[in-house]
Design a protein. Structure first.
Length: 275
């Protein structure tokens, strides 16, 4: 298998040496060592370095790149490559997409990665049935329009994006997607209290939607409220027993709280689902 030196990576990818060596120092990339302990990268390493460089070019701070890639690596499990995960900048955040799901890499909250070229329309399955009466169908159409506006404005004009997402929620409270995107925006801006309030409101309308319970749990974790977060993770798992990330996060909290038995149970379920 061909290998590439750090000098090759700088020349081929344009990645700053400081970014590449930071990823190595943090254990996100584990290259082999050549003569005089020179770094030797594999092709997969180079793919990940290219991703890191694209985030750097998008003005994402190095510390955030490192945190994001570290979290993605942890979520994939030991020995699992990151090259199958799409990682890109969304405004000032790092977004990832894997197996049809999108999430914020640092916070771990799920989001709707709306891309017209790939999916055509976001969240159609989460709306009311298309055979709904005309008034409800009109509300759905308005909500979708405001959601698209919010998705378009999110990177450059977050205040207006927030207003658009809230209008989408007002127009159709049973539309999942704006809850997810707006909640992630709020937490990313350090407004986890507002995100928790939003998710709880969403759950009153969509009580059986596991993604809302999952994102609520993540927001509660960010607020150092582990017991409440566990309640939300357990509800998410009750609704979606194969939700691997919920098992992993719940296991981590149980481990921190000293409940080894429950931690092991959830870790084992997570590993089984990953296989």
């Amino acid at each position: 298998m061909p290998t590439y030196t750090l000098k090759d990576a700088e020349a081929m990818l344009g990645i700053p040496r400081s970014v590449a060596t930071r990823l190595v120092a943090e254990g996100i990339i584990t290259p082999a060592r050549g003569p005089r302990r020179a770094l030797l990268f594999t092709f997969q390493d180079m793919v990940l370095l290219r991703t890191a460089n694209s985030l750097h070019d998008a003005k994402i701070p190095t510390r955030l790149i490192v945190r994001a890639l570290a979290r993605v690596k942890a979520s994939r499990g030991a020995g699992q490559p990151l090259t199958g995960v799409r990682i890109r900048a969304m405004g000032n955040e790092v977004a990832t997409r894997d197996e049809g799901r999108g999430w914020q890499a640092v916070s771990g909250q799920m989001l709707m990665d709306f891309e017209l070229g790939e999916t055509g329309a976001a969240g159609v399955g989460s709306l009311r049935d298309s055979r709904a009466p005309a008034a409800e169908a009109a509300a759905v159409a308005v909500a979708k329009d405001w959601f698209l506006v919010g998705a378009e404005l999110e990177s450059e004009r977050p205040t207006e994006a927030e207003e658009a997402y809230r209008r989408a929620v007002d127009a159709e409270p049973m539309f999942l997607d704006p809850y997810l995107n707006l909640g992630c925006m709020l937490c990313g801006a350090g407004r986890c209290d507002d995100a928790v309030q939003l998710y709880r409101f969403g759950i009153t309308h969509l009580p059986n939607e596991p993604l809302l319970h999952f994102n609520l749990a993540v927001a509660l974790e960010d607020q150092a409220r582990p017991h409440e977060a566990l309640t939300s993770y357990e509800r998410c798992i009750q609704l979606a027993p194969d939700f691997a990330d919920a098992h992993y996060n719940a296991a981590s909290i149980y481990e921190t709280l000293g409940n080894a038995m429950r931690a092991i149970r959830h870790f084992n379920t997570y590993r089984r689902l990953q296989r």
